[in-house]
Design a protein around this ligand. Sequence first.
Ligand code: GZL
Length: 326
Amino acid sequence: MKRFFSILLCLGLIISMTGCTGVKPTDAPDDDVYVIGFSQVGSESDWRVANTKSMTAAFEGDTEYELLMDNARQEQENQFTAVRRFILEGVDFIIIAPTVEEGWETILTEIKDADIPVMIMDRSVAVEDDSLYLTNIGSDFLHQGRLAVEWLEGEIPEDRDIKILHLQGTIGATAQIQRTKALEDAVRSHPNWEITSQLYGDFTEAKAYEVMTDYLASNRDIDVLYSENDNMTFGAMRALDEAGISYGNGGQVKIITFDATKEALQYCHDGRIDLCVECNPMFGPDVKTLIEKYRNGESIPKHVYVNESAYTTQSITQEFVDSREY
Ligand code: GZL
């Protein structure tokens, strides 16, 4: 029995080291099944968990497809390892949700040399040659940031100086780059707006709580928190509570957050968050449709954007919050 458990432990270690889940039951892909290798960023946020759920649900139960998903745990190197494994396994299609924009030329060239089509999803890759991938499906993150700025412009009189605390996501990720650009562009055009500090929260609640707690120990003069995803916002709210600083409707700090997950929308409805900018993770079905179009020889656009909006306490009802999928 002991030997059994030691084998089980080794198997567990192998799977946990590769971060590979949904491993195909057989070694070699079955010719009748279209095998997709999917390198996912990680499981760092509620948004990511919902995105993974949407992707796996899109292919689950469809015997024509097999989705092999690897969790990169927010490390680009793990994505390279997973993609090289997919190439060796001879998958039919590769999907990459890139952790960061830079550093993809080599691996995308290896995929091209292996004659495997590849789709970029969620965030983007910064490559000169966009023939290295079929299409990029995801959000317009700059538009999301501009929605937040437009709302803030409506809240703040021209003659009122404001101090903005900026919680940034994973540095180099498209979502961080573009949401940051929207805010920095706005600060350049509003002399009465000041970014007091840019804290690195890596899109996680734990990191955001840590950096916010450190910052608030010696800085309490904040008018706006611009937080690049909900999980960092939840960590920041905990730190603000512990520091005795009020926020939300009628509070000292106006809170702007991105993703608009159900929990954030509930806080927004309850007046604890002022603005939720939506970032829709539920595009698994769209990904599948694009792959089917590709397989049918149909042309697909180089960039496909998902539809998104922004919500305030005044614009949502409890019924709307209850109706949300994620
Ligand atoms: C956005 C996605 C971001 C989310 C975060 O499309 O890349 O990464 O905003 C997630 O919640 O971690």
